[in-house]
Design a protein around this ligand. Sequence first.
Ligand code: ASP
Ligand code: MG
Length: 407
Amino acid sequence: MLIVQKYGGTSVASPAHIRRVAERVAATKHQGHQPIVIVSAMAGETNRLVELAQAFGARHGREVDVLLASGEQVTASLMALALQSLGVAARSFLGYQARMITDSSHSRARIRQLDASTLLQVVDQGTIPVIAGFQGVDQAGNITTLGRGGSDTSAVAVAAAVKADLCEIYTDVDGVYTSDPRVCPDARKISRITYDEMMELASLGAKVLQIRSVELANAHGVKLHVRNSHNQEEGTMVVADNPHGEPDDLERVVVTGVSLDLDQARLTLIGAPSKPGLQSAVFGPLSEAGIVVDVIVQNPPIDGRTNLSFTLSESDLPTANQTLENLAKQLSAQRVFSDSGLAKVSIVGVGMRSHSGVAHRMFELLAASGIEILMISTSEIKVSCVIAREHGENAARALHAGFGLAG
Ligand code: ASP
Ligand code: MG
């Protein structure tokens, strides 16, 4: 099999870690497979580089990308050296050498194309390519990076381009869990999850995969296996819904995972004249101020005036509050109300598509725990409730147990 293996920062944190990973890669090769390796920077290195740039007030741009890309350059070289020291032929590739062509949006570049032929030639000669993740090059030859966590996306892009049989993402946990084990101690590792569910969980804050990598895997049908580099356990397979047409193939539970976001605050614009363009007048300036808005709720107008509420990260509250106060005056709204100390608890599962009453069950479980729901938002495979932060962990545990996810 042609297998892409991506090793995250904690798996390549030191020369000793790198040697252990190299042994694992060599074993894969000795089993008769053809591995292609993608590496992240050593754990903590990218943060260190980000801080260095901040010494000059720089957060992103051409030069910051040159700096950030150096983290993966180090590990690609060390991994190739480690493999060679085990007598295995290996060759490092920086993003541009692997022909990872991106657009020019520094620090969040998107991959445009990837020429697989160079990599496949190397593989055919029996040499293992070791590719620096997270980095690419734009058409003009500038070094770019793909955004934090981007080496997952590098790995999936390579897997799609070379038409790999499998893309393994190695990390320091055993896979994707039904909930955060620090909050729900009886959380279980999920053995199979669909791309859609994984995208929801990633957007709700599960950090195990960069969300773009899951989108890309979904678009190209790349089979992902998230697993622990420190053991041989099977991890979590991320696959298409019902990939072989066998209904039993996925764990047919209604809810697959429960997630908790403890960083929510809410702003409400009270008594805004209800008219076309109100929402764009409010959210335009907020987005220009770089504020990411989450759940939005608007009430039906009474006497021509409406209330518009939304949640956001608590650290954005002061800036957003100021922006909204200014807007309130311009729009002749009555006032702005702000509350902090909120959380968002969510249930995710493709089973919701075919089951009714899932949201109701969630509301019952929260009610039984005496937890007031402040806002609700839903998608086809997700229900989220905004609640007081002090109830966050209890809510997650009640839902995890109530939907039968406990191990
Ligand atoms: N080293 C980069 C980061 O820390 C990319 C990655 O690890 O995926 O964000
Ligand atoms: Mg990562």
